[in-house]
Design a protein around this ligand. Sequence first.
Ligand SMILES: [Zn+2]
Length: 470
Amino acid sequence: MSTDLPPLDAATRSAIARAEADFPATLERLKALVRIPSCSFAGFDHTQLDRSAEASVAWLLAAGYPEARIVRLPGVFPYVIAKDHRAGPTKPTVLLYAHHDVQPPLREHLWTSPVFEPTERGGRLYARGAADDKAGIAIHCASAAAWNASAGRPPVNLTVILEGEEEVGSAHFSQFLDAHLSELKADCLVIADAANFDTGLPSLTTSLRGNIVLEVELKALKAPLHSGMWGGPVPDAVQALCRLVTSLSDAQGRISVPGIYDQVRPLSAQEEALYRRLPYSAEKFAEQSGMLHGVPAGDVVDVHRKLWRWPSLTVSAIQAGERGRTGNVVMDSGWARIGLRIVPDMDAERCAAALEEHLRAQVPAGMDLIIRRQSASSAWGSPTDHPLFATALTALEHGYGTKPVFIGCGGSIPFVGEMTEKLGGIPALLTGVEDPLCGAHAENESLHLADFRSALKAQVALFGLLSASL
Ligand SMILES: [Zn+2]
């Protein structure tokens, strides 16, 4: 820990001691929650989401929240709201978020232990949902419980929301917010669903990318044709589609859509200095990402600017005919799924329109292009000058024993911007216990147990510090 770290008061220290003493019981309770296979994807048993919501409510009540209940919107997986406002109107209110639904197992045969049977190995807890995001629920329960056991109540007002549809795109989150806005009023938001830059290195995520996804289909013929009898004079939609796709970027990966970089804000000198301090190794990046050859070009600033603060274009699927089942034919059409990650200050609607316009302008004569927009979510970025951030850094350093870093995230949590806005522009802390090895969304997801304990201690400390500072 650094020598300039502000100390914690006696009440906060004893709440942290209580969280440590109760940690084995917290872990057992987390395991019980993880055993519920609450996958929100189509084709899974969605009654499990009722079970995970019920188990979460039971845990929140056991942790000492005076009020915890399931909230149902018609046809929507259950949300949970819990409240402890006993600190009173002179104290700040913290809104805590996590989600209780999980990703599907993916390829089950690649799991080394059962998907939904939490298994400890090498200091990690393996199971789907252990890190993403049931550890977040555990921290919201156990941090309050520690304060309740040591001081009778938390030193700040707490409101918890647990979502049941995060992994399938939070389609009704806006509706949920509108219906419950008055009871969700808070001074700040803690979203326990983000990642640390590295194992043991506490991190606050201050930017997220938005995501525009288009499905495009290029059609040239009514039906596939024999390539010998017809190939030559008739148009080939698949080659045309490949040309259409390659027109989107150059060989260096720079996006060719006109105007796409116009709204990208350059990194400030302060941000560049922050990036420069990140413990980055090109070899480690290549290994963690699974690059087959070489390492990413550029230094620590270039790489993270590309990842967090520049748009990136991805072609995630191209289809025409079927591998192993297609003969010598000229295909009638080709299909592609194109994604554009956008960064703070880029307008999602404007970018989606620019991308669509560029595609339409490249369509060869005699072909039809059909564009289906799948999503266009905004990026999110937060300044860090609100006093909450300094307080959060102090809390994280107390929890982990290591100086925290500010980071960005190349991924998207679409609701963050809307949520902070609807709540009156309150600042948001994006914390979490995922680390580069946690395998969230992949096989063998795992939670690093020492980081889980540190994150819990940090949240206990945060409540104590906020009580005195906000
Ligand atoms: Zn998550």
